[in-house]
Design a protein around this ligand. Structure first.
Ligand code: FAD
Length: 188
């Protein structure tokens, strides 16, 4: 049983997983290896001079794993509600259970649609459909969230990864029952 299951380990998903794992939440990410970021050459990500998309993806996933997040390189085929308290996440090779679910699936709304989430037209260029969310990233179902491209934000790594972090902090705050802050201080 996981506190948080994240579907998609691109910039949005891996950034969310980094925060939830670093906050001590039991975190699992699933990824089917179809990130659009894999084609990118990124020179506009604040603080990073220039980086190839595949390298950014790899670094992001390594950061989440450093704090204990598990990454399963499989496609999620189905997400279903279990007795109103938990969600079951299915892949071709297994079933997993989590209290909170984050869709960070980029251009794909299929698994979200199958779960019955409200899907609306995208507003960003080349983004056809997105998951309807409120300003916190919460969807039409309890404890189900969306982040990044699939949540309708501007399709840029600094924004999608930022959105993943925003949603993670909102989930951690809900789990902790008070607003969460993750600040490390320089060691003397
Ligand atoms: C050619 C190109 C150039 C770009 N150049 C730049 C640039 O210079 N600067 C910039 O800021 N941005 C650039 N971008 C955009 C950047 O890649 C996106 O902004 C972005 O970061 C998308 O992040 P995301 O996490 O929302 O989606 P993605 O990176 O697409 O990640 C979504 C992940 O979800 C996974 N997934 C989907 N459904 C499932 C499922 N059912 N089960 C398991 N996994 C699933 C996918 O496999 C994928 O890995 C470029 C994009 C392209 C295509």
């Amino acid at each position: 049983m996981y506190d948080v299951a994240i579907i998609g380990a691109g910039p949005a998903g891996a950034s969310a997983g980094l925060f939830t794992a670093k906050a001590g939440k039991k975190t699992i990410l699933f990824d089917s290896g179809k990130s659009i970021t894999a084609k990118a050459w990124v020179e506009n990500h604040y603080g990073v001079d220039a980086i190839e998309g595949p390298k950014l993806l790899e670094e992001g996933q390594k950061q989440a794993q450093k704090f204990g997040a598990e990454i399963v390189k499989q496609e999620v085929t189905k997400v279903s509600e279990e007795n109103g308290a938990l969600y079951e996440i299915e892949t071709a090779e297994g079933k997993y259970h989590a209290e909170h679910v984050v869709f960070a699936t980029g251009m794909s709304v299929k698994a979200a649609q199958d779960l019955g989430l409200e899907i609306i037209d995208g507003k960003e260029p080349r983004v056809a459909k997105i998951i309807k969310v409120d300003e916190t990233g919460h969807t039409s179902l309890p404890k189900v969230w969306a982040a990044g491209t699939v949540a309708g934000v501007s399709v840029h790594t600094i924004i999608t990864s930022g959105d993943g972090a925003k949603v993670a902090i909102n989930i951690i705050s809900q789990l902790n029952g008070k607003r969460y802050v993750d600040h490390d201080v320089m060691k003397k």
